[in-house]
Write a protein that binds this ligand. Structure first.
Ligand SMILES: Cc1cc2nc3c(=O)[nH]c(=O)nc-3n(C[C@H](O)[C@H](O)[C@H](O)COP(=O)(O)OP(=O)(O)OC[C@H]3O[C@@H](n4cnc5c(N)ncnc54)[C@H](O)[C@@H]3O)c2cc1C
Length: 446
């Protein structure tokens, strides 16, 4: 069954014929070109310092092929941007699931974070000069980029805490402070940082203190101090940098959108990106399930005289995983449809639901697959350990679960409490009235 025939019925009416054809092409490209090349990419990166200086040849080959197939920049939704491949968030979401099955497929099709979010920022908020200088080469996949918000010295899940100082001096901005978890900063092709800091730390409106400026990597005063590991993985050549800014000077033209508009930018940036992550994560779950099925049917590796699949509990793992991944997919596709029907702001609830539910669900599925492999599941011989580590970070990155849950809970409570209390009160009173009419004494103490 091809990918286009597996689209959940609930989403089918919203998917064009062109998107269905592209979806099948994406599947073939991922399964036949990218997944076999994952190991080549890792091997070409090599060992030690070389890992931060190398662009594996296989990546450029895949990019050429993807461009020829028309599998390029599918992430930019057609109702908001003209520069993309012309798909909706839903259509790209279905494609992103398939891309999530390979380490390298997203980059090979120019749909990789953080470039996707950064391109959206530049396309949406950048001026013509900024678009020409940075957006054009990003869209062509010639350079890469990083988004620098999180800081080592403050709790960054509350972005009002961000401290990096952006001071105006004459016709320049001067930046001082440090950032960490700057994903993508390790790549030798990373040429531009989008840096969030404070231009007006004393503004009484705490959401107007921040701004985003464009800082070319390698500007004097920028030091990439170290690269951080994720559960021991370096994620080279992309990586996650700890970067120090010491009197870094950029021209006033480096400001995106305007001083004090930083919050607006980060809010605009994160909505669709969360859907992309969530759908790639669904792809990772499908991959884990495939690996689990392969292991539990391995005739050579039987326990107590039968393959693992003949043990009831294992079939239950497969069944539960199928239920969970299918349910999680619907949550994400629903959020994508809601964005398509309005915008990311009108789909805040649905995006938060997907952002929280999907990584938690998929971690459980991957964990079952790891368990099915025994010790092999925790080492480098399957993709499972790496998948688990990457997806575990999604419960923290782009805002931790607790923050999304708090906002979701607050909104749900505020929106429903008055109507719910009034309705239940009316129903109780109506019950009492009916009971009294029937000559029965009410028993509830509420
Ligand atoms: C792999 C990876 C890649 C990343 N890439 C980037 C990137 O490219 N650019 C970038 O700027 N940042 C990036 N980040 C950073 C990420 O966005 C932050 O880690 C995240 O926003 C949380 O901020 P923090 O680490 O400062 O945690 P803190 O703000 O210190 O929070 C710590 C913990 O406190 C708890 N908490 C917070 N608020 C509440 C609350 N309201 N109620 C209850 N508990 C709460 C949560 O459990 C949270 O995990 C990345 C992180 C990872 C792991």
């Amino acid at each position: 069954m091809s990918a286009s025939t597996r689209i959940p019925p609930i989403a089918q009416p919203f998917v064009s014929e062109r998107a269905k054809k592209t979806l099948d092409l994406v599947e073939e490209f991922v399964e036949k070109d990218c997944i076999p090349a994952d190991a080549v990419f890792s091997a070409e990166l090599g060992e030690g310092e070389k890992r931060w200086q190398t662009t594996p040849v296989v990546m450029e080959q895949l990019k050429e092929k993807a461009k020829k197939l028309g599998l390029w920049n599918m992430f930019l939704p057609k109702n908001h941007f003209t520069q993309g491949a012309g798909f909706t968030n839903l259509e790209y979401g279905l494609m992103a699931e398939l891309l999530g099955k390979s380490k390298i497929a997203s980059e090979a099709t120019n749909n990789a974070a953080p470039d996707t979010g950064n391109m959206e920022v530049l396309a949406k908020y950048g001026n013509d000069a900024q678009k020409q200088q940075w957006l054009a080469p990003l869209l062509e996949g010639k350079i890469r980029s990083a988004f620098l918000m999180t800081e080592p010295d403050v709790a960054s899940s509350d972005a009002t805490n961000i401290e990096l100082d952006i001071r105006r001096e004459g016709n320049e901005y001067v930046l001082n402070g440090s950032k960490w978890w700057s994903s993508g900063a390790g790549d030798p092709r990373c040429q531009i940082y989008l840096v969030m800091g404070k231009t007006d730390p004393n503004n009484s409106d705490t959401y107007k203190q921040q701004s985003v400026v464009l800082v070319p990597a390698g500007t004097k005063g920028v030091t990439v101090q170290r690269m951080l590991h994720v559960y021991g993985y370096d994620d080279a050549p992309h990586g996650h940098g700890h970067i120090v800014f010491n009197n870094v000077r950029v021209p006033l033209s480096a400001m995106v959108l305007g001083e004090g508009r930083g919050f607006e930018i980060i809010q605009g940036r994160l909505g669709p990106g969360r859907i992309h992550h969530a759908m790639r994560t669904i792809g990772a779950a499908e991959k884990a399930l495939e690996w689990m099925i392969a292991r539990v049917n391995d005739e050579k590796k039987q326990t107590f005289g039968k393959p693992l699949s003949a043990h009831g509990v294992i079939l239950e793992w497969i069944a539960k995983s199928r239920i969970e991944v299918d349910a999680a997919r619907l949550i994400v596709l629903n959020a994508a449809i809601k964005i398509d029907q309005g915008n990311a702001k009108s789909a805040l609830k649905e995006i938060a639901q997907a952002k929280v539910l999907v990584p938690q669900t998929v971690l459980t599925i991957i964990d079952r697959a790891v368990q099915a492999y025994g010790a092999a599941g925790v080492c480098q011989d399957t993709p499972l350990a790496y998948l688990w580590a990457g997806i575990r970070t999604l419960r923290i990155a782009d805002g931790p679960d607790e923050v999304h849950l708090q906002q979701l809970g607050r909104r749900e409570n505020r929106a429903r409490k008055d109507a719910v209390i009034a309705k239940l009160k009316w129903q109780r009173e109506e019950s009492d009235r009916l009971l009294a009419a029937a000559g029965i004494k009410p028993k509830s103490h509420l």
